[in-house]
Design a protein around this ligand. Structure first.
Ligand SMILES: [Mg+2]
Length: 446
């Protein structure tokens, strides 16, 4: 059933909007929310069937509710992070904020207009005719393919994101003293929170949000989120080339051009594609081939060099294999993990070093493995991913050990631990992720 999605807190207006939408006919149904969080949840659940959105700005707290209801501008920012899907009407008397809302939406590509509330039956006489016009002119363009088990896929993604973000903030915390990490993590001797997440988590959140909304890697939606999150929080330790690309995108350059133009047209071979991709492996854990294809699509938004792409594919497939082999700890499952990764990783330096990782005999320490495979100090995919695949293989069933080992070798500590944390969370399971650590990590804002 087509939906008119409305943000409104006034009882009288809510009743008038409901009556007006009934008059629209064609099966339209009003879904009216008094706070931004309810509105955002509904939007996420049914974006493809929303015909039009109508937004108020000022919202009074819902009686009895502890949560801040937010404002219409919060809703506009949330929508602005998404690809435009349907027309938006703003119906608030708060003129200054109305302009902010219109601008937020306009600059992110949405069709938007304003209806000024008047006294009298303005909802029926002014709002409703404008709704009719906009519905006729601008059909919904949202594209999503959500499978029947979408919710459990999203849950796996969230598990991987929790592992990834903990690795990210703990790796960042110990980047200047990695040798201390092993005992401090093992003894749970850690500084008080909030723990700060870096670009790895920021970009992973964007990828998770796109998969949650679309069920596949919509590259335009992904590039838009990357750029908007960077604009809101630029000081998260992004690499200089990624910063340049995102700045150009914000200025209007298409992502295909910024990604292909990186490093004089060679494309980036850095570890940025890999660092954000483990949750995608969780989402497509049942289908490693699909995980590999979607991983490639997610990489090339910023990293087009074959090594950057291969590192992203290897990491996503490792995450999928980790989930498939969860609970198993024998030699056979160990080999199966490597075979899965090697089967789908394209010929590259990354793949050659993962082959080497598979041959490292049992009993070799992380420090020695890092000497053989790299520890990310060159911030390239080939210098980062093979070691992360090795740590994840050896410590697949122990989340804390895996992070402690990944961080203790130094190099690109936050990224190594983000990749390992995102993979191993899927095999070790939710029970192994310390809840007190999650409580110290800064809240993840989508
Ligand atoms: Mg980082």
């Amino acid at each position: 059933m087509p939906i008119i999605l409305i943000l409104e807190d006034n009882e009288e207006r809510i009743a008038d909007f409901s009556r007006a939408v009934e008059k629209l006919g064609n099966g339209f149904e009003a879904r009216i929310f008094r706070d931004v969080s309810g509105f955002a949840q509904e939007w996420e659940a049914c974006a493809a069937t929303v015909g039009l959105i109508s937004l108020d700005h000022d919202l009074n707290p819902i009686p009895g509710a502890k949560r801040d209801p937010g404002t219409g501008l919060d809703a506009a920012v949330m929508l602005g992070d998404c690809l435009p899907a349907c027309p938006v009407l703003v119906h608030s008397t708060n003129t200054d904020r109305v302009y902010s809302m219109l601008n937020e939406l306009r600059f992110s590509g949405w069709i938007v207009d304003r209806v000024a509330p008047l006294s009298g039956p303005w909802i029926e006489t002014v709002w409703l005719p404008r709704v009719r016009q906009m519905l006729a002119q601008y059909p919904n363009t949202w594209r999503a393919e959500l499978s029947a088990d979408h919710a459990s896929r999203v849950e796996r993604m969230q598990l991987s994101l929790d592992g990834l973000s903990l690795g990210d903030c703990l790796g960042e915390m110990f980047a200047s003293r990695p040798v201390a990490a092993f005992n401090r993590l093992k003894q749970n001797d850690l500084v008080a929170g909030p723990w700060f997440c870096t670009d790895d988590t920021e970009m992973a959140i964007s990828l998770v949000a796109v998969l949650k909304a679309h069920g596949h890697v919509n590259q335009d939606a992904l590039a838009k989120r990357f750029a908007r999150r960077w604009e809101r929080a630029p000081d998260r330790g992004y690499g200089s080339m990624t910063r340049m690309q995102l700045r150009e995108q914000v200025a209007g350059k298409p992502w295909r051009d910024t990604a292909a133009g990186a490093f004089g047209g060679k494309g980036s071979l850095g570890n940025g594609g890999a660092m954000r991709v483990p949750p995608l492996g969780g989402y497509f854990a049942d289908d490693p081939e699909r995980a590999a294809r979607e991983a490639e699509a997610s990489a090339v938004v910023t990293h087009t060099h074959p090594e950057g792409v291969a590192g992203t594919i290897a990491t996503a497939v490792a995450a999928a294999m980790a989930f498939q082999l969860r609970g198993l700890d024998d030699v056979e499952s160990h080999q199966c993990y490597y075979e899965g990764v090697l089967r789908l990783t394209p010929e590259s330096e990354v793949r050659r070093k993962i082959q080497l990782a598979r041959e490292i005999p049992a009993g070799v320490t992380s420090a020695v493995a890092a000497q053989m495979l790299g520890n990310g100090s060159q911030v390239s995919a080939a210098d980062t991913v093979p070691f992360c695949v090795w740590v994840s293989a050896h410590y697949r069933n122990n989340f804390v050990d895996a992070l402690a080992q990944a961080i203790s070798v130094g190099g690109d500590c936050d990224t190594n631990a983000a990749i390992v944390g995102g993979i191993v969370a899927l095999s070790a399971g939710r029970e192994q992720i310390p809840t007190e650590w999650l409580a110290q990590r800064e809240p993840l804002r989508f």
